[in-house]
Design a protein around this ligand. Structure first.
Ligand code: PHE
Length: 338
C-alpha cells in the first residue's frame, strides 16, 4: 500500500492537463466516489493497527495534495479563459458625466465676466468673528443695521458667528493686502430667516471690491453696466437707486430692466419694468481706516449680489428651495461640461 501511495504522489506531480475538461477527468479518476484515492481509503480499513498511524497520515496527505493541485490547475484555466474573452478592440463604455449645479454655473459666469476687468477671486471662512463681519465694516456695536442681517451666533463673547455676507472676506483682504486691490468674494452666507420659496437660511453671494487712487462712482457704474449687459444681454439697462449700507457712502441698489418682459411690466417685475439685483457704493472712509488703508490717498467701490437671484433671473427657478434639495430631475436640466 505504501508503494501504491508513493506511486500516486508521483502521478499527481506529473499531471499535465490540456484543458479544464482534462482537470475534471483527473478529479473523477482520482477523487470521485470510485476514484483511485477514494478506493485506497476503503482498503485502509483492512490494514493492521500498527500500520494505520503511518499510512493514515500518508493517505490524508495524498488526498490533500491531489485536491490542492486540482484547485490550482482549475484556476489557471479560468484565468486563461478570461483573457481569451477580453476584446481589446471594443469601444469603451460611456462614462456618465455629472452636471454642474446651476448656482456654480452662474457663479463661474459672474467670476469670468469680472475677471475680464482684472478682478481675482478671494475666499475666506464661513465661521467668522464679529470684527470681520461687522466691526471692520463700520457697524458700531448696537447699530440697528445689524438687524438687517439676522445673524446665527455660534458663541457670544467673543462673538463667533456664521458670516451674513462675504464682505467679511473683503475685511481680510483689506487688512492683509496693499492697494491696488481688485477682488471678487464668492461664497455661502447664512441668515436666520424662515425658509420659504423666496427665502432660505443660507444662500450664495459674489461681492466685489476695488481700491486704488482716484476710484470714482462713475467707475463703479461703468463696471456694473458692463456686467449687466454681459450676463443678461446687450439690451439690458440699469438704474441706481440711493440706499443705505454701513460700509458704503454713498450707497445704492441697482435694478436691471426686467429681462422677462423687456421693461414693459409683468408679474415678475411687479409691473415696474425693473428688478433689483445688487447693492453697491463707495467704500466708507471709516472702513478703509479700520483696515489700515489711508482714506486720504485711496478710495474704492464695493458691490454685492445674491447668486440665487441672478440664477432665478436667468433660468426662472420659481422656488429657491430647489437649489438645495439635490433633486436630479432639477439638476439634470443644467447639463454642462464647463
Ligand atoms: N454686503 C451687502 C449685503 O450682503 C451687499 C453689499 C456689498 C452692498 C457691497 C454694498 C456694497 O447685503
Amino acid at each position: 500500500m505504501k508503494e501504491k501511495i508513493n506511486r500516486l504522489f508521483d502521478e499527481i506531480r506529473a499531471w499535465a492537463p490540456a484543458s479544464k475538461e482534462d482537470v475534471e477527468a483527473l478529479r473523477i479518476q482520482y477523487l470521485s466516489k470510485k476514484g483511485v484515492i477514494t478506493e485506497l481509503f476503503a482498503d485502509f480499513k483492512q490494514v493492521s493497527a500498527e500500520e494505520k498511524r503511518e499510512l493514515g497520515k500518508m493517505l490524508n496527505d495524498l488526498k490533500n495534495a491531489a485536491q490542492d493541485k486540482l484547485n490550482e490547475l482549475k484556476s489557471q484555466f479560468d484565468v486563461a479563459k478570461e483573457s481569451e474573452s477580453l476584446d481589446l478592440t471594443r469601444s469603451a463604455s460611456a462614462v456618465h458625466l455629472g452636471t454642474r449645479h446651476p448656482l456654480t454655473l452662474v457663479k463661474n459666469e459672474i467670476i469670468e465676466i469680472f475677471s475680464r476687468l482684472g478682478f481675482t477671486v478671494a475666499e475666506g471662512p464661513e465661521i467668522e468673528d464679529d470684527w470681520h463681519v461687522f466691526g471692520a465694516l463700520n457697524f458700531p456695536p448696537e447699530h440697528p443695521a445689524r438687524d438687517m442681517q439676522d445673524t446665527f451666533f455660534i458663541e457670544k463673547a467673543p462673538d463667533i458667528l456664521l458670516r451674513t455676507h462675504t464682505s467679511s472676506v473683503q475685511s481680510h483682504v483689506m487688512t492683509t493686502q496693499k492697494p491696488p486691490i481688485r477682488v471678487l468674494c464668492p461664497g455661502r452666507v447664512y441668515r436666520n430667516e424662515a425658509i420659504s420659496y423666496r427665502a432660505h437660511c443660507f444662500f450664495h453671494q459674489v461681492e466685489g471690491l476695488y481700491i486704488d487712487k482716484n476710484v470714482s462712482f462713475a467707475d463703479l457704474k461703468q463696471a456694473l453696466l458692463y456686467f449687466a449687459k454681459e450676463i443678461f444681454g446687450e439690451d439690458t439697462r440699469i438704474r441706481l437707486r440711493p440706499s443705505y449700507f454701513p460700509f458704503t457712502e454713498p450707497s445704492a441698489e441697482m435694478d436691471i430692466s426686467c429681462n422677462i418682459c423687456g421693461g414693459k411690466g409683468c408679474n415678475f417685475c411687479k409691473h415696474t419694468g425693473w428688478v433689483e439685483i445688487l447693492g453697491c457704493g463707495m467704500v466708507d472712509p471709516n472702513v478703509l481706516e479700520a483696515c489700515g488703508i489711508d482714506s486720504k490717498v485711496y478710495s474704492g467701490y464695493a458691490f454685492g449680489m445674491g447668486v440665487e437671484r441672478i440664477t432665478n433671473l436667468k433660468y426662472r427657478v420659481k422656488d429657491l428651495r430647489m437649489f438645495s434639495e439635490n433633486d436630479l430631475r432639477f439638476l439634470n436640466q443644467f447639463e454642462s461640461t464647463l
